[in-house]
Ligand binder design. Structure first.
Ligand code: 3PG
Length: 211
């Protein structure tokens, strides 16, 4: 799919879903808050099934699969109907599997060497992870400098909240930001959909102000 379509929203909700049946109500809560983009992490047994259910029930959603660590998980994500993939690091096997299936995949990087390796492998849309722990906005600005002319774009993720979101969005090379703060695992497990909708609406408001 065209990654620009969902990157337009500039926010990806990173979700850990313990019960596959929570996928659809969670996505409905995000949509009610104005967000169409979710990354369902492959950290739970029900992740692929959650993706399958969201794709079947909610065509307005853009559904990604996260924490893809192996080529096999890339295939599982595609089979489940995921429209994009995210990996915490840079694996040649994962990228190769994604390229073979023309599956948009955001590999994770944190250093200039990793950005260069990603460019060598043909990846230009990169997750910057773990964003805050690695030095946050200052680190990302320094990292983006030498790569501005290459067309590389970053999706910082890790420790981002509504409070520091605008600082990331102000960096020209930032395509979108990822985070779990609007749908933390506990909120999902508690089925606190109204709280998730209000945190999502707050995030979307911050993004609208930042434009
Ligand atoms: C990820 O999986 O990309 C990150 O763990 C999300 O980070 P956060 O929970 O700090 O938003």
């Amino acid at each position: 799919m065209d990654t620009q379509a969902f990157l337009k929203q500039r926010l990806i909700c990173v979700a850990v879903i313990d019960q596959a049946e929570d996928g659809v109500p969670l996505m409905e809560a995000l949509l009610s808050g104005g967000l169409e983009v979710i990354e369902v992490t492959f950290r739970t047994a029900g992740a692929a099934e959650a993706i399958r259910r969201i794709r079947q029930s909610l065509p307005a959603a853009h559904v990604g699969a996260g924490t893809l660590l192996t080529a096999d998980q890339v295939k599982q994500a595609i089979d489940a109907g995921a429209q994009f993939g995210v990996s915490p690091g840079l694996s040649e096997g994962v990228l190769k599997a994604a390229h073979e299936h023309r599956f948009p995949l955001f590999p994770g990087v944190i250093t200039p060497t990793e950005v260069m390796r990603a460019l060598d492998l043909g990846a230009k849309q990169l997750k910057f992870f773990p964003a805050e722990a690695a030095g946050g906005v200052n680190m990302l600005k320094s990292l983006a400098g030498p790569f501005g002319h290459t067309g590389v774009r970053f999706v910082p993720t890790g420790g981002i909240t509504a409070a520091n979101l605008p600082n990331y969005l102000a960096i020209p090379q930032v395509a979108a930001v990822g985070g779990s703060w609007m749908a933390e695992r506990k909120l999902v497990a508690e089925k606190n959909w109204s709280k998730i909708t209000s945190l999502t609406a707050e995030a979307m408001h911050v993004i609208a102000q930042a434009k």
